[in-house]
Design a protein around this ligand. Structure first.
Ligand code: NAD
Ligand code: GLY
Length: 369
């Protein structure tokens, strides 16, 4: 299904409802506000803004003040970090909702990166068996990926994003100007997911990125906005076809099976999600090359663009058996077999278990102790 575009965004079609992604450059300032953009998508009178202690000092005040003109607004400020993406933080959200005497009329507003967005979405999916929520993603990674498509959840000590729900937001508001305060390392982590779309879906976009990555890293908001829009189009197209990941949506996890091993093994928060995905994409590309699908030069091209984005291309040293055991928890494992997203060619990905176990072991052992 083609994704309908409008001048500053696009619509996402899902089985539960359709919703807009609005891409702006300046809604974080007063009088051109985030509140004005999201208010029409808030059904009831109650609003809970969920954010964290890094983002709150940057963007909460104006949003809270302006929403308070129309709604009863409460705020839940979580500790910042992937290590807090857990049940304790979800309980903190429930506790604030209960203490505020909020009910099914409430709309939760996620103000922050993917960690805040995933947890707010999960709290929204489960509070009173499901209430509305809105995503205001403030990292590049969350603007191009996690805020779109309705995957919500928390981590388990033995596996990333193991507990969660599919729950779609009422809208997504991505303001490019919020990226001005984002640390450069976090911008790079977002670029990993941007590069991922090119590798799995569109080789021409890879060429576009090779030309435009320097402008994106220099915070050219127009170029960033164009990249975000393209990525959201790719994702919306896939989500419309396969919301619950029974098929094509799995391709969005390119590099993630290897990446989740890195994140879990190294301890949540030590390797950023995007960094782990970058090194994981190289491992998946190396495996694709061993199967004869990619050339050596194409793997070098992938490493070059990731390096240009200041991303790691080598995973940390992890014992092969440990890596295989962690991979065994992957959500794509079927009938006990590890399935991986691999590249048939640049811009063309497949989900497959059609590879010899030794080839996977080979790739893993290149970086094992
Ligand atoms: P994050 O949410 O941890 O944000 C990164 C850091 O930037 C944090 O310290 C945050 O407080 C800070 N920050 C956020 N916005 C800022 C701003 N504008 N200025 C300054 N600092 C800011 O990380 P992330 O990369 O946004 O998201 C990663 C998470 O997303 C992981 O938990 C991952 O599993 C999840 N994810 C989910 C999906 C999905 O489909 N739901 C997809 C990809 C990733
Ligand atoms: N980030 C993978 C997905 O949303 O399916």
């Amino acid at each position: 299904m083609a994704v309908p575009l409008f001048h500053n965004g696009l619509m996402v079609h899902t089985q539960s409802h359709d919703y807009p992604i609005v891409i702006t450059e300046n809604s974080a300032i007063k009088n051109n506000s985030m509140a004005k953009q999201i208010a029409p998508h808030i059904g009831g009178r109650q609003v809970l803004i969920v954010t964290n202690d890094t983002v709150a000092p940057l963007y909460l005040k104006v949003l809270e003040e302006e929403l308070t003109e129309q709604f009863t607004v409460k705020v839940c400020v979580l500790p910042d970090g992937e290590q807090y993406k857990n049940q304790t933080s979800i309980n903190q959200i429930y506790d604030t909702l209960m203490a505020s005497h909020f009910n099914r009329d409430v709309t939760l507003v996620a103000l922050g990166g993917g960690v805040v967005g995933d947890m707010t979405g999960f709290a929204a999916a489960s509070f009173m068996r499901g209430v509305n929520f809105i995503q205001i993603p403030t990292t590049l990674l969350s603007q191009v990926d996690s805020s779109v498509g309705g995957k919500t959840g928390i981590n388990h000590a033995q596996g990333k994003n193991m507990i969660g729900a599919f729950w779609q937001p009422q809208m997504v508001l991505a303001d490019m100007s919020t990226l001005k305060t984002l640390p450069a390392r976090e911008l790079s982590a977002g670029l990993a997911e941007v590069i991922k779309y090119a590798l799995i879906m569109d080789a021409d976009f890879l060429t576009w990125l090779e030309a435009n990555l320097p402008a994106m890293m220099a915070l050219d908001l127009a170029i960033l906005g164009e990249a975000v829009k393209r990525c959201c189009q790719y994702k919306a197209d896939i989500v419309a076809k396969d919301e619950r990941e029974s098929g094509v949506r799995a391709l969005l996890n390119f590099g993630h099976t290897f990446g989740h091993v890195i994140e879990t093994h190294e301890g949540y928060g030590n390797w950023l999600h995007g960094e782990a995905v970058a090194a994981g994409m190289v491992q998946a590309a190396e495996l694709s090359q061993k199967l004869g699908w990619l050339t050596v030069e194409e793997v070098v091209r992938i490493k070059r663009i990731l390096t240009l984005a200041n991303l790691p291309i080598t995973p940390p040293s992890i014992d092969v058996q440990t890596a295989l055991s962690l991979m065994g928890h992957d959500k794509k494992v079927k009938h006990g077999q590890i399935r991986l997203i691999l590249l048939k060619s640049l811009g063309d990905a497949v989900l497959t278990n059609d590879f010899d176990a030794e080839i996977l072991t080979d790739v893993l052992s290149q970086h094992s102790t």
